[in-house]
Design a binder for this molecule. Structure first.
Ligand code: C5P
Length: 252
Protein backbone atom coordinates (compact mmCIF):
# COMPACT_ATOMS: atom_id res chain seq x y z
CA UNK A 1 0.00 0.00 0.00
CA UNK A 2 1.37 3.41 -0.94
CA UNK A 3 2.16 5.82 1.89
CA UNK A 4 -0.23 8.74 2.09
CA UNK A 5 1.13 12.19 1.64
CA UNK A 6 0.93 14.34 4.74
CA UNK A 7 -0.22 17.87 3.87
CA UNK A 8 -0.10 19.43 7.31
CA UNK A 9 0.30 18.46 10.95
CA UNK A 10 -1.40 20.65 13.53
CA UNK A 11 -1.63 20.37 17.31
CA UNK A 12 -4.60 18.01 17.40
CA UNK A 13 -4.98 16.83 13.80
CA UNK A 14 -3.05 15.67 10.75
CA UNK A 15 -4.25 16.34 7.20
CA UNK A 16 -3.41 13.82 4.48
CA UNK A 17 -4.03 13.96 0.77
CA UNK A 18 -7.39 12.34 0.05
CA UNK A 19 -8.11 9.45 -2.32
CA UNK A 20 -9.51 11.77 -5.02
CA UNK A 21 -8.41 15.22 -6.17
CA UNK A 22 -10.06 17.93 -4.11
CA UNK A 23 -10.35 15.74 -1.02
CA UNK A 24 -8.33 15.48 2.19
CA UNK A 25 -8.31 13.07 5.11
CA UNK A 26 -8.51 14.65 8.55
CA UNK A 27 -6.90 12.45 11.25
CA UNK A 28 -7.75 13.19 14.90
CA UNK A 29 -4.81 12.77 17.28
CA UNK A 30 -4.98 12.23 21.05
CA UNK A 31 -2.62 15.16 21.60
CA UNK A 32 -3.87 18.13 23.55
CA UNK A 33 -2.20 21.51 23.75
CA UNK A 34 -3.15 24.74 25.50
CA UNK A 35 -1.79 28.22 26.11
CA UNK A 36 -0.25 28.42 22.65
CA UNK A 37 1.53 25.08 22.92
CA UNK A 38 3.03 25.74 26.38
CA UNK A 39 1.01 22.92 27.95
CA UNK A 40 0.94 19.52 26.25
CA UNK A 41 -0.40 16.05 26.96
CA UNK A 42 -1.70 12.94 25.27
CA UNK A 43 -5.24 12.07 26.27
CA UNK A 44 -6.01 8.52 25.25
CA UNK A 45 -9.21 8.26 23.25
CA UNK A 46 -9.72 12.01 22.73
CA UNK A 47 -9.18 11.77 18.96
CA UNK A 48 -11.78 9.02 18.61
CA UNK A 49 -14.34 11.04 20.57
CA UNK A 50 -13.68 14.30 18.71
CA UNK A 51 -13.90 12.54 15.34
CA UNK A 52 -17.35 11.20 16.27
CA UNK A 53 -18.65 14.36 17.94
CA UNK A 54 -17.46 16.56 15.06
CA UNK A 55 -19.01 14.17 12.53
CA UNK A 56 -22.33 14.31 14.38
CA UNK A 57 -22.29 18.12 14.51
CA UNK A 58 -21.20 18.59 10.88
CA UNK A 59 -23.79 16.12 9.56
CA UNK A 60 -26.58 17.86 11.47
CA UNK A 61 -25.42 21.32 10.38
CA UNK A 62 -25.30 20.06 6.78
CA UNK A 63 -28.91 18.82 7.13
CA UNK A 64 -30.04 22.30 8.06
CA UNK A 65 -28.29 23.83 5.07
CA UNK A 66 -24.95 24.98 6.49
CA UNK A 67 -22.29 24.17 3.86
CA UNK A 68 -19.39 22.24 5.42
CA UNK A 69 -16.20 20.56 4.22
CA UNK A 70 -17.29 17.23 5.77
CA UNK A 71 -17.98 14.33 3.38
CA UNK A 72 -18.00 11.21 5.58
CA UNK A 73 -16.25 9.52 8.44
CA UNK A 74 -13.79 6.87 7.24
CA UNK A 75 -12.90 5.14 10.49
CA UNK A 76 -12.41 5.81 14.18
CA UNK A 77 -9.90 8.58 13.77
CA UNK A 78 -10.34 9.81 10.21
CA UNK A 79 -12.85 11.68 8.14
CA UNK A 80 -12.94 12.48 4.45
CA UNK A 81 -13.39 16.18 3.73
CA UNK A 82 -13.36 18.50 0.77
CA UNK A 83 -10.12 20.36 0.33
CA UNK A 84 -10.62 24.05 1.05
CA UNK A 85 -8.40 27.08 1.25
CA UNK A 86 -8.54 28.01 4.91
CA UNK A 87 -9.43 31.63 5.66
CA UNK A 88 -6.78 32.67 8.22
CA UNK A 89 -9.27 33.92 10.80
CA UNK A 90 -10.59 32.09 13.87
CA UNK A 91 -14.19 33.01 14.46
CA UNK A 92 -15.30 32.90 18.08
CA UNK A 93 -18.93 33.12 19.12
CA UNK A 94 -19.81 33.72 22.77
CA UNK A 95 -23.08 33.41 24.66
CA UNK A 96 -21.78 33.42 28.23
CA UNK A 97 -18.59 35.09 29.48
CA UNK A 98 -15.65 32.71 29.92
CA UNK A 99 -11.98 32.52 29.04
CA UNK A 100 -10.22 35.40 27.35
CA UNK A 101 -13.18 37.84 27.33
CA UNK A 102 -13.25 37.72 31.14
CA UNK A 103 -9.58 38.71 31.36
CA UNK A 104 -9.87 41.32 28.61
CA UNK A 105 -13.00 43.06 29.86
CA UNK A 106 -13.06 42.19 33.56
CA UNK A 107 -16.29 40.21 33.35
CA UNK A 108 -17.12 37.44 35.83
CA UNK A 109 -17.02 33.92 34.35
CA UNK A 110 -20.57 32.65 33.85
CA UNK A 111 -22.09 36.10 33.29
CA UNK A 112 -24.61 35.81 30.43
CA UNK A 113 -23.70 38.25 27.65
CA UNK A 114 -26.30 40.84 26.59
CA UNK A 115 -26.37 39.15 23.19
CA UNK A 116 -24.24 36.65 21.28
CA UNK A 117 -20.90 38.19 20.36
CA UNK A 118 -18.82 37.21 17.32
CA UNK A 119 -15.08 37.89 17.55
CA UNK A 120 -12.21 37.37 15.12
CA UNK A 121 -8.63 36.30 15.77
CA UNK A 122 -5.85 36.31 13.21
CA UNK A 123 -4.66 32.71 12.80
CA UNK A 124 -0.99 33.04 13.58
CA UNK A 125 0.67 30.86 16.22
CA UNK A 126 3.81 33.01 16.42
CA UNK A 127 1.64 35.98 17.41
CA UNK A 128 -0.64 33.91 19.66
CA UNK A 129 -3.76 34.33 17.44
CA UNK A 130 -4.41 37.99 18.32
CA UNK A 131 -7.91 39.44 18.49
CA UNK A 132 -8.59 41.64 15.45
CA UNK A 133 -11.45 43.82 14.20
CA UNK A 134 -13.56 43.20 11.09
CA UNK A 135 -11.61 46.10 9.58
CA UNK A 136 -8.34 44.15 9.80
CA UNK A 137 -9.93 41.07 8.22
CA UNK A 138 -10.95 42.96 5.09
CA UNK A 139 -8.13 45.54 4.97
CA UNK A 140 -5.48 42.81 4.96
CA UNK A 141 -7.59 40.76 2.49
CA UNK A 142 -7.78 37.76 4.82
CA UNK A 143 -11.41 37.64 3.65
CA UNK A 144 -13.53 39.76 1.33
CA UNK A 145 -16.46 41.79 2.63
CA UNK A 146 -18.82 39.25 1.06
CA UNK A 147 -17.00 36.36 2.72
CA UNK A 148 -17.08 38.16 6.07
CA UNK A 149 -20.85 38.70 5.71
CA UNK A 150 -21.28 35.00 4.93
CA UNK A 151 -19.06 34.03 7.88
CA UNK A 152 -21.04 36.15 10.35
CA UNK A 153 -24.46 34.96 9.19
CA UNK A 154 -23.33 31.30 9.12
CA UNK A 155 -21.78 31.65 12.59
CA UNK A 156 -25.01 33.04 14.06
CA UNK A 157 -27.06 30.27 12.41
CA UNK A 158 -24.62 27.67 13.72
CA UNK A 159 -24.86 29.22 17.19
CA UNK A 160 -28.68 29.05 17.15
CA UNK A 161 -28.68 25.45 16.00
CA UNK A 162 -25.93 24.22 18.33
CA UNK A 163 -27.30 26.09 21.36
CA UNK A 164 -30.62 24.27 20.86
CA UNK A 165 -29.01 20.93 20.12
CA UNK A 166 -26.89 21.03 23.28
CA UNK A 167 -29.65 22.52 25.47
CA UNK A 168 -31.83 19.54 24.52
CA UNK A 169 -29.27 17.26 26.19
CA UNK A 170 -28.69 19.46 29.24
CA UNK A 171 -25.59 21.29 28.02
CA UNK A 172 -25.05 25.06 27.82
CA UNK A 173 -23.06 26.21 24.77
CA UNK A 174 -20.94 28.92 26.41
CA UNK A 175 -18.72 29.70 23.42
CA UNK A 176 -17.01 28.06 20.45
CA UNK A 177 -14.46 28.61 17.71
CA UNK A 178 -15.06 28.06 14.00
CA UNK A 179 -12.87 28.07 10.93
CA UNK A 180 -14.08 28.65 7.40
CA UNK A 181 -12.58 27.86 4.03
CA UNK A 182 -13.01 28.61 0.35
CA UNK A 183 -14.37 25.76 -1.70
CA UNK A 184 -13.56 26.17 -5.39
CA UNK A 185 -16.13 24.62 -7.73
CA UNK A 186 -15.24 25.50 -11.32
CA UNK A 187 -15.57 29.27 -11.60
CA UNK A 188 -17.43 29.48 -8.32
CA UNK A 189 -16.06 29.90 -4.81
CA UNK A 190 -18.14 29.13 -1.75
CA UNK A 191 -17.53 29.85 1.93
CA UNK A 192 -17.88 26.62 3.89
CA UNK A 193 -17.43 25.57 7.51
CA UNK A 194 -14.15 23.67 7.94
CA UNK A 195 -11.96 22.17 10.68
CA UNK A 196 -13.88 20.56 13.56
CA UNK A 197 -16.50 21.28 16.19
CA UNK A 198 -15.77 19.33 19.36
CA UNK A 199 -15.18 19.82 23.10
CA UNK A 200 -11.66 20.96 22.07
CA UNK A 201 -13.15 24.00 20.33
CA UNK A 202 -16.28 24.69 22.41
CA UNK A 203 -17.02 25.51 26.05
CA UNK A 204 -19.79 23.18 27.17
CA UNK A 205 -21.24 23.36 30.69
CA UNK A 206 -23.80 21.12 32.31
CA UNK A 207 -26.96 23.24 32.49
CA UNK A 208 -27.80 22.17 36.05
CA UNK A 209 -24.39 22.06 37.73
CA UNK A 210 -22.19 24.22 35.46
CA UNK A 211 -19.72 21.33 35.40
CA UNK A 212 -17.24 21.85 32.56
CA UNK A 213 -17.42 19.20 29.83
CA UNK A 214 -14.73 20.63 27.54
CA UNK A 215 -11.05 21.43 27.10
CA UNK A 216 -11.03 23.76 30.12
CA UNK A 217 -10.76 20.53 32.16
CA UNK A 218 -7.32 20.10 30.56
CA UNK A 219 -6.37 23.80 30.63
CA UNK A 220 -7.19 24.05 34.34
CA UNK A 221 -6.04 20.59 35.45
CA UNK A 222 -9.54 19.58 36.52
CA UNK A 223 -8.95 15.92 35.54
CA UNK A 224 -11.30 13.44 33.80
CA UNK A 225 -10.91 15.21 30.45
CA UNK A 226 -11.76 12.31 28.13
CA UNK A 227 -14.52 11.21 30.53
CA UNK A 228 -16.13 14.64 30.06
CA UNK A 229 -15.83 14.39 26.26
CA UNK A 230 -17.36 10.90 26.46
CA UNK A 231 -20.23 12.33 28.51
CA UNK A 232 -20.91 14.86 25.72
CA UNK A 233 -20.90 12.02 23.17
CA UNK A 234 -23.15 9.90 25.38
CA UNK A 235 -25.70 12.69 25.80
CA UNK A 236 -25.74 13.31 22.05
CA UNK A 237 -26.55 9.61 21.63
CA UNK A 238 -23.31 8.69 19.88
CA UNK A 239 -21.49 7.08 22.77
CA UNK A 240 -22.30 3.41 22.52
CA UNK A 241 -20.85 2.96 19.06
CA UNK A 242 -17.83 5.14 19.90
CA UNK A 243 -17.13 3.13 23.05
CA UNK A 244 -17.33 -0.10 21.04
CA UNK A 245 -14.92 1.33 18.47
CA UNK A 246 -12.51 2.51 21.18
CA UNK A 247 -12.56 -1.00 22.73
CA UNK A 248 -11.90 -2.53 19.30
CA UNK A 249 -8.90 -0.21 18.87
CA UNK A 250 -7.39 -1.21 22.21
CA UNK A 251 -7.82 -4.89 21.23
CA UNK A 252 -5.67 -4.41 18.11
O1 C5P B 1 -9.70 31.44 24.96
P1 C5P B 1 -11.00 32.02 24.52
O2 C5P B 1 -11.92 32.36 25.64
O3 C5P B 1 -10.82 33.20 23.57
O4 C5P B 1 -11.71 30.88 23.66
C1 C5P B 1 -13.03 31.01 23.17
C2 C5P B 1 -13.48 29.68 22.57
O5 C5P B 1 -12.74 29.38 21.40
C3 C5P B 1 -13.28 28.49 23.52
O6 C5P B 1 -14.36 27.59 23.34
C4 C5P B 1 -11.99 27.86 23.03
O7 C5P B 1 -11.97 26.48 23.27
C5 C5P B 1 -12.05 28.15 21.54
N1 C5P B 1 -10.72 28.33 20.94
C6 C5P B 1 -10.20 27.35 20.11
N2 C5P B 1 -8.97 27.52 19.54
C7 C5P B 1 -8.26 28.63 19.74
C8 C5P B 1 -8.77 29.65 20.58
C9 C5P B 1 -10.00 29.46 21.19
O8 C5P B 1 -10.85 26.32 19.88
N3 C5P B 1 -7.07 28.77 19.16
Amino acid sequence: MARRKKIYEGKAKILYEGPEPGTIVQYFKDDATAFNNKKKATLEGKGVLNNRISEFVMVNLGRMGVPTHFIRRLNMREQLCREVEIIPVEVICRNVAAGSICQRLGIEEGEPLPRSIVEFCYKNDALGDPLVAEEHVTAFSWATTQELDDIISLTLRINDFLSGMFAAVGIRLVDFKLEFGRLYEGDMVRTVLADEISPDSCRLWDIETNEKLDKDRFRRDLGNVTEAYAEVARRLGIMRETQRAANDESDL
